[in-house]
Structure formats: C-alpha cells, structure tokens
Design a protein around this ligand. Structure first.
Ligand code: NAD
Length: 353
C-alpha cells in the first residue's frame, strides 16, 4: 500500500513512518512543514529506506498535495499534521485555526478530487484517516465516566476546539461527498522522540539538569497514557482495516494523575539515573494551574480492541521505564532541541496534553 503521512516529522507521525517502513509492502511519503515541532532526526533510522521519501510542504497547499497523491498513486492518507500543544494554543490560537481547521479542509479537498479520479476497486479501498484527540470530548469528573465513540463533543481549549472542528469536517466529507474517511481519537501519548515541552520529557530533562519540575495546580489532573508505538500500531490498523465512516477511540487504559506520573519518573531516575544527593522528587515544584484545564480524560477502547483486534503491548510502568531509559541514552536527539533558542521560554512550562 502507498501511504501519504502528514506530520511525519512530529512525535507520533515519526513513529508511524518508522512502523510502516518496517513492512516491505508499504511505501511512505512523509509530508511535513517542519514547524518547531517537526524534527527530521527522529527519522534517521529510515531516511535512506528505499520505500520512504520526505517532502517539505504545508497541508494548506492543496495543489502540491494533489500532485503528490497522483504522482505516488496513494492508497491511504494518514493525517497527523497539526499544531498540537495546548499551552501554545492559549497564547496564540491563530496557527491552530490555520493548520488544524483550514489545513484539514485543504487536505480533504485535495483528497476528494484525487479519489474521484480513481477507478472502482482503488476508489473503494482508498482511505483518508484523520488522527484526532480525546480532548474533543472535554472534561470528565474525577470519579466517573469514560469517553466512548458516542460521547458528545465539548472541547475546552483552542487546541481541542480546532481538532473538534477538523473532526467534523472529516466526517462531513464522508457523509456529504462519500469520501472513505476513518477517524481515531486517542489519549495522551508518551515515549521516545517526544518534544521536550510535554510533561514526561520535560520532567525527565529538568530532573537530569537539577532544575525544578513544574506541576500544574496540585497535580491532580488525570490523563490516560498511551505508549506511542502502541498508538502507531493502532493507527496502522484503523487506516488499513477500519470501516469507512467509523471512528475508533484509542487509549492505554492507564489513568494516572500528573503528580503520580512525575513521581514515577523521579523514582525511575532515582533507580537508574545519575546519582544525586537526595531523591529527584525534591525537585517537584507546584505552579499556577492552566486556564480551562480539563480535570480528567479516560478512553473506552473496547471498539478498536473488539473490532480491529488491537491491544497495547506496554503497561504504563513498562512504557515509562523504556521512555526514561531512552532519554538517558539519546542525548544526541534531545540536546539540540533543549538548547535551541525557540524552545527557551516554553521549556519551563509543563503540558500533559
Ligand atoms: P507534533 O506537534 O509532535 O507533530 C506535528 C507535526 O505536524 C510536526 O512535525 C509539524 O512540523 C507538522 N505540521 C504542523 N503544521 C503543519 C502544516 N501546516 N503542514 C504540514 N505539516 C505541519 O504532534 P504529535 O504529538 O505527533 O500529534 C500528531 C497528531 O496526533 C496531531 O493531529 C494531534 O492532534 C494528535 N494527537 C496527539 C496526541 C499526543 O499525545 N501527542 C494525543 C491525541 C492526538
């Protein structure tokens, strides 16, 4: 199958590209604008792979996307390109509207005209896979409820509102024009190659530098953590075997409060990190809460487990241990990002999203 992956230089997109390239029957065209979050070094392992190519392009450029679809005879679009950081969306929502909403519209338009030109069998097999977030469902109480595919949308942040809008567009292109769209909504990912402004890598790296580890509010907000390679396998399944018009929730079944996550990282570093006088937990510092901070997200992943046969390989404990080990062993990847000027002001602020 020939895949076009948008946002393949990002955290999850790079895991998807690495996974797809491991299967010799696939070809992968990675289309990425290379914003601050895009990093080609995450793809070093496959950069010379004969079935892989990279194109620097903006998803808002429908003409270029249309040309790539035709030239590479694409069977599946996996759309991951997005502005993805909640705190950045609060400070400056414009890029989120442009890429997440307008960009998805342009991509759907290019996909529709390409799909309309395909012959019967190819048109039926074609998929547009829109990758989204559980944040579109909004806030859950601490003690009740989970998100199913039927949960009504109630986004709280500019980021989740822009993703909700893009989900609606993708669904509408299926309902109105018949484009074979599949959707997935997943919980918080973590793992190797995660940009250092997000909670887990930020915690690991601040701890290694002996800097305060900031935790929003009392650290009580709960997220359902999903190891990125488990998510990449789920995405391949949805894109290749998902039923057109359906959406699938993907979650790790690992609800943890932010404080529990940070403490678990400190304990792992106490066990396998560089020795320090006292525990890494001493670096934890509580900071003012994020505005509109959803209390809890939790995913019911029954549908993808039952219908597509997916299940995560990692528990939260095994996945977190792998992640901490990876950051200890791969300073070559994170050092240039952490030192870069653009990230400077942001790296003091945590984000569980
Ligand atoms: P990321 O920020 O790490 O990567 C996004 C990538 O998109 C970057 O490589 C960036 O350069 C690229 N990009 C941004 N704007 C673009 C544009 N206009 N044209 C082309 N490329 C552009 O994001 P991620 O964490 O890998 O998330 C990938 C997708 O998964 C997003 O759609 C996000 O909403 C969704 N998601 C992420 C999580 C998570 O925990 N990380 C959870 C749920 C859903």
């Amino acid at each position: 199958m020939n895949f076009l992956v948008t946002g393949g230089a990002g955290f999850i997109g790079s895991a998807v590209c690495r996974l797809l390239c491991a299967n010799p029957v696939h070809t992968v065209v990675n289309v990425d604008k290379l914003t601050y979050a895009g990093n080609l070094t995450s793809l070093r392992q496959i950069e010379n792979h004969p079935n892989y190519s990279f194109v620097k392009a903006d998803i808002c450029d429908a003409a270029t996307i249309g040309d790539l679809l035709r030239r590479h005879e694409i069977d599946v679009i996996m759309h991951l390109a997005a502005e993805s950081h909640v705190d950045r969306s609060i400070d400056g929502p414009a890029d989120f509207i442009e890429t997440n909403i307008v960009g998805t519209f342009q991509l759907l338009s290019a996909a529709l005209s390409y799909w309309r030109g395909l012959d019967g069998g190819k048109a039926e097999a074609f998929r547009f896979h829109h990758v989204s977030t559980d944040e579109v469902f909004g806030d859950l109480p601490f003690d009740a409820g989970v998100f199913t595919e039927e949960t009504p949308y109630a986004p709280s942040s500019p980021y989740s509102a822009s993703k909700a809008a893009s989900d609606h567009l993708a669904r509408a292109w299926h309902e109105t024009y018949g484009l074979p769209v599949v959707l997935s909504n997943c919980s918080n990912n973590y793992g190797p190659f995660h940009f250092p402004e997000k909670l887990i890598p930020l915690t690991i790296l601040n701890a290694l530098h002996g800097r305060p580890i900031p935790v929003y509010g009392a650290g009580a907000n709960v997220r359902d953590w999903l190891f990125v390679d488990d998510h990449a396998r789920a995405l391949e399944l949805v894109a290749t075997t998902g039923v057109a018009g359906e959406s699938y929730n993907v979650g790790g079944g690992a609800e943890r409060s932010n404080l529990a996550v940070v403490r678990a990282i400190c304990d792992l570093l106490d066990a396998i990190g560089p020795a320090r006088s006292g525990s890494y937990r001493e670096l934890i510092a509580f900071v003012a809460d994020r505005p509109g901070h959803d209390r809890r997200y939790a995913i019911d992943a029954t549908k993808i487990r039952r219908e597509l046969g997916w299940k995560p390989a990692e528990t939260f404990e095994s996945g977190l241990a792998r992640t901490v080990r990876w950051y200890l062993d791969n300073e070559w990847w994170w050092r240039p990002i952490r030192d870069a000027k653009y990230a400077g002001e942001r790296l003091g602020v945590p984000s569980a999203a």
